[in-house]
Design a protein around this ligand. Structure first.
Ligand code: HEM
Ligand code: HEM
Length: 179
C-alpha cells in the first residue's frame, strides 16, 4: 500500500521506537553497576521489562498504521536493486521489532517471573518455568537485539547517504514537517 507521506503519528512512532530500542539496550549494561544481591539489579530488569512492554505496544500500533496507511513510494532515482535492499531492510527491521519483545515476554515467563508494566498491570506466567528453554530464548533475544542495532546502524547510514550524497527527500520525509 502506498501513501503520499508518512503521517505525523508514523514519524513520531519511528523516532520514539528508535529512542526506546537504544535505551533498552543501554539499560542492560546498568546491571553491571551494582554488586550481586543489590536490589537495584532487579530494578534494572523491572525497568527493562516495563519499557519493553511499552515498546511492544508501540510496535503493534506502528505495524497497524503501516498496514492501513502504507508508506510513500521510493524516489524514481533509485535503481531496482536499491529498492529491493530498502524494502528487505525495512521488512527485517519490522521483523526484529516484533521478534524482540515476543522473545522478551517468553523469556520472562520461562524464567518463572510475572510480566509487570510499571507495577500497574501484572501478568503471571501461563506455563511452568523451564531453565533450559529460558537459556535458549535469552540467547535468541540477545542475538536479535544485537542484530537490530547493526541493521539500524546500516539503515541510518543509508538515510544519511540519501540526504547528503543522493540529495533526495528520503530522510526529510521521516522528519517533522517544517513550518
Ligand atoms: C528492542 C527492545 C529490547 C532490546 C534492545 C533488549 C535487549 C536486551 C539485551 C541486550 C539483554 C541482555 C541479554 C544477555 O545478557 O544475554 C536483554 C535481556 C533481557 N530482556 Fe530485553 N530487550 C528488549 C526488549 C525486551 C522486552 C520487551 C522484554 C520483556 C517484556 C525483555 C525482557 C528481557 C529479560 C527478562 C532479559 C534477561 C534479564 C536477565 O538477564 O536477568 N526485553 N534484553
Ligand atoms: C532502532 C532504530 C531504527 C529502527 C528500528 C528503524 C526502523 C525503520 C523502519 C521499519 C522503517 C520503514 C518504514 C515503513 O516503510 O513503514 C524506517 C524508515 C526510515 N528510517 Fe528508520 N529506524 C531506526 C533508526 C533510524 C535512524 C537513526 C534514521 C536516520 C538517521 C532513520 C531514518 C529513516 C528514514 C529516513 C526512513 C524512511 C525511509 C523511506 O521513506 O523509505 N531510521 N525506519
Amino acid at each position: 500500500m502506498s501513501a503520499n507521506a508518512y503521517s505525523s503519528t508514523q514519524k513520531a512512532l519511528h523516532w520514539l521506537l528508535f529512542v526506546l530500542v537504544l535505551g533498552l539496550y543501554g539499560l542492560t549494561y546498568a546491571e553491571g553497576l551494582f554488586q550481586r544481591g543489590d536490589p537495584n539489579r532487579a530494578l534494572v530488569w523491572w525497568l527493562h521489562i516495563s519499557f519493553g512492554l511499552l515498546l511492544a505496544a508501540l510496535v503493534v500500533w506502528r505495524v497497524a498504521l503501516r498496514l492501513t496507511k502504507g508508506a510513500p513510494e521510493l524516489p524514481d532515482s533509485m535503481t531496482g536493486i536499491e529498492r529491493t535492499l530498502a524494502k528487505f531492510g525495512h521488512f527485517a527491521l519490522y521483523a526484529l521489532l516484533i521478534a524482540i519483545p515476543v522473545l522478551g515476554i517468553l523469556l520472562t515467563w520461562f524464567r518463572g517471573d510475572a510480566l509487570s508494566f510499571f507495577g500497574l498491570i501484572t501478568i503471571p506466567a501461563p506455563f511452568a518455568p523451564d531453565r533450559d528453554t529460558a537459556g535458549t530464548i535469552q540467547e535468541l533475544h540477545n542475538l536479535c537485539a544485537t542484530g537490530i542495532l547493526i541493521l539500524a546502524g546500516v539503515h541510518a547510514l543509508a538515510a544519511l547517504w540519501h540526504h547528503f550524497i543522493r540529495k533526495d527527500n528520503v530522510l526529510e520525509r521521516m522528519l517533522p514537517e517544517r513550518r
